[in-house]
Design a protein. Sequence first.
Length: 280
Amino acid sequence: MGTVATADAVLTGGLEVQNDRASLLSNVSVTARDRTAAITLHRGGEVLVCATSQFHLLHSGNGASLLFGLDRGAIEIHTASQPQDVILTPDIRFTLEAPGTFDLRLRVTRNGDTCIDNHSPDAPVLNLSDPFSPATYRLMPGQHILLEHGSLKEVVDNERDPCGCPSEPAPLVASAAGPHPFPAAVSQDLAPAQPAANTAPAGEKHTQIDTTFAYGTGPDGKPLPPPPSTEPAPAPPAPVATAPPPTPPGAHDLAHAIGHFFHKLFHSGDRPEKPQKSTQ
C-alpha cells in the first residue's frame, strides 16, 4: 500500500521493514511520534499522519482502492481518488459520489468534534453517513465544515480553523522568566500538555517550603517569644594542629657551643690554622 520512515511512527500489522523504512502490506496501524509521519502511497500521492495521531490503512475492494481510518488526531490525504476509497472516523463514514483528486484535511478532537476541509476545487464529492442513524451529508469540493461532537445534525458550514497538520512549532517566546516553547501539537489538541518541569538549576535539589508565620502576645500582654529554631546547631570548630616545641639541645651540643665562644674571645687575633686530618 505504501511506505513510511520507521523513525517517524510506531507501526503494527502487516508490514516489512528494510533499513529505515517499512512497507505497509495490509491492515496497518500507524501512530505518529512527535512529528508528522508521511506515508508514500504506491498508487501515487501520500497520507500525512499528524504528530501523535493514530491512523489505519487497509485495502478496500479491488485494485488500488484503500480504506483510510482515523482514530484520533489529524491526517491529510493527497492522492487521486479510486472508485472504492473509504474514509472512516469514530462517528462518520465517507464514500465517493464522484471522482477527483483528494486534498482532504481531517481532524477529530477529544470531544468528537470533526473538522473536514475538502480543500481543492478538483476534490471528489463525498457522501457522509452516520452508521448509527439515517443522517447523511453531501460534502462538495472546496467545502470546509465542522461536525460538532461528530454529529451530522450539528454542522457548522463556515468553519475557519485549519483541519490538517499543525504548522511548524512557533519560535520560543521570550518573557521575564526566560524563553518558553509553545508546542503547536499541544495547542491544537493533538498531544496532551506536559507538566511544568522542575526549574531548579542542575545539580541543586528543588525544595518546597510550607510554613505559617504567627504574631501575637501572651496572656500577660507581653510579646510571645520567637519559636525555637529548627536549624541544626553549628558543628564545633575543628581542632587546630600545632607544631611541637623544638627539642632543647643536648649537653654535648651546649658544651661545644660554650667552648667555641671562649675560643673566639681569647684567640680573635690568631690566624686560623688549617684543619688537621683525623687519625681516628
